[in-house]
Write a protein that binds this ligand. Structure first.
Ligand code: HEC
Ligand code: HEC
Length: 394
């Protein structure tokens, strides 16, 4: 794949601007323009069956680690008030999300974005709707400490875990020491790496079973890679390039009408250092702008993976679409209104016929496999430790 100059390189070229003559400025502007349109036109990675889960070589999966991670995933003692576990918002029975359009929040708060599925998260390189977190442990840390999710203090969490003998034993067995916050994050990530798609018709098709897709689904695949242009962003085995685009996704009225969700978004914006005047002028989620504060990132979100959509409705960062038909209709009319002026040039009216729309929906359905469920584990109990603590707390 040919490397195009990134915006950052261009900014680096631009910074010693004292040296630039007017002509060079024009040249650099032209380069920037080419860079932007080239960014939108890179060759898509081929669609593919899901490979084996990649794992960090320094932290191999072991049965004990997965057992520990699963317990922690379901344990509400990892939240400040002991009421919320990861599973509260990423429930196996609700497609490993929470089933709502906008997520619940830590008691007393409500989230302003949709709770994402953790199915196949192990394959991602950037997490959250704007890709703001680099790996699973960092993501879990953000969830546990975040005021809208588990609102937990790491030191307090370690003391809680040390008061549960079964955890002390499992941490000793897996990491050779007492419970620590960092190792808890690694164990949760290990468990998440086991929650992956199974028996997906599209994967069987790609591996040679040409009967795995219906003729309508095959037609949908052709449209996906052709006329409808979906593959430009939704590509590779996970159907995402993990890049950021503004599609003009409409607002969710539930956000406009809910003080708690508005408070939550403002709190996040202040925490990220967004200027007061910008916060006051916003009537919707500014997306990736929150991470970069660059105008061109306003309204951009990470291309969503398209596997297991059967279990993960509603769709988009704000859960504004309840069915795949609505999503296809949205793309067919060329996306939505864009108050930010940053909409991707790849989003344009598609002029799909009713049959073509049905074919695309049918194809998307072929990307869902068996429902992935796990038993809710029985959680180990706290124990009163003998006083004084010497010798008891490891
Ligand atoms: C109160 C609800 C809530 C709790 C509790 C919660 N999450 Fe989340 N989770 C969310 C929401 C909402 C998002 C999307 C937030 C965003 O993009 O800003 C998210 C995103 C994620 C993602 C990103 C998936 C992707 O496609 O990038 C992962 C992974 C995840 N959560 C795992 C966890 C884990 C592990 C825990 C427990 C340690 C946890 N979550 C606790 C609500 C929650
Ligand atoms: C310009 C890049 C781009 C193109 C082209 C594109 N998408 Fe998307 N898609 C995205 C982004 C970005 C999101 C997440 C948007 C958000 O949450 O606001 C998304 C979200 C989705 C979702 C919601 C998934 C979920 O879990 O919420 C579906 C379904 C989807 N796209 C299907 C398609 C189909 C079908 C096509 C072709 C008709 C298509 N996309 C074309 C970038 C693109």
């Amino acid at each position: 794949m040919r490397q195009q100059p990134s915006r950052r390189t261009i900014q680096r070229i631009l910074s010693p601007n004292l040296l630039l003559t007017g002509g060079m400025v024009l040249f650099v502007i032209a380069l920037a323009y080419m860079g932007a349109s080239a960014r939108d036109q890179l060759n898509p990675a081929p669609l593919a069956a899901l490979p084996a889960v990649p794992g960090p070589s320094d932290d191999p999966l072991t049965p004990a680690k997965i057992t520990l991670g699963k317990l922690l995933y379901f344990d509400p003692r990892l939240s400040g008030d002991g009421s919320l576990s990861c599973a509260s918002c990423h429930d196996p029975k609700l497609g490993w999300g929470d089933g709502g359009d906008l997520s619940r929040g830590y008691p007393g708060t409500l989230h302003w974005r949709n709770s994402q599925t953790i199915l196949n998260a192990a394959y991602l390189d950037r997490f959250f709707w704007t890709g703001s977190s680099p790996d699973l442990p960092a993501q879990a840390k953000a969830a546990i400490t975040g005021p809208l999710a588990q609102n937990m203090n790491p030191a307090l969490m370690e003391e809680r875990l040390k008061q549960i003998p079964a955890y002390v034993g499992l941490f000793q067995q897996t990491y050779g020491g007492p419970p620590t916050f960092e190792n808890a994050l690694r164990a949760i990530s290990a468990f998440e790496r086991t929650i992956v798609s199974k028996n997906v018709p599209f994967d069987r098709y790609m591996k040679g079973d040409k009967m795995a897709l219906t003729p309508l689904q095959v037609k949908g695949l052709t449209l996906f890679e052709g006329k409808a242009g979906c593959v430009q962003c939704h590509n590779g085995p996970l159907f995402t390039d993990q890049k950021l685009y503004n599609l003009g996704v409409p607002k969710n009225p539930a956000f406009d009408q809910d003080p708690q969700r508005q408070i939550a978004m403002r709190e996040r914006m202040r925490a990220k250092g967004i200027h007061e005047a910008v916060i006051r002028a916003l009537d919707r989620d500014p997306g990736h702008y929150l991470d970069t504060k660059r105008e061109e990132d306003k309204g951009s979100f990470r291309t969503a993976p398209l596997r297991e959509l059967r279990y993960t409705a509603p769709y988009m960062h704000n859960g504004v679409f309840f069915s795949l038909e609505e999503v296809i209709h949205f793309y067919d009319r060329g996306g939505g209104d864009d108050p930010f002026g940053t909409k991707s040039s790849l989003i344009r009216p598609l002029q799909l016929t009713a049959e073509e729309k049905a074919a695309l929906v049918a194809f998307l359905e072929s990307l869902s496999g068996d429902q992935i469920l796990v038993d809710t584990p029985e959680l180990p109990e706290y124990e009163v430790l003998p006083l004084p603590f010497a010798g008891a707390v490891r």
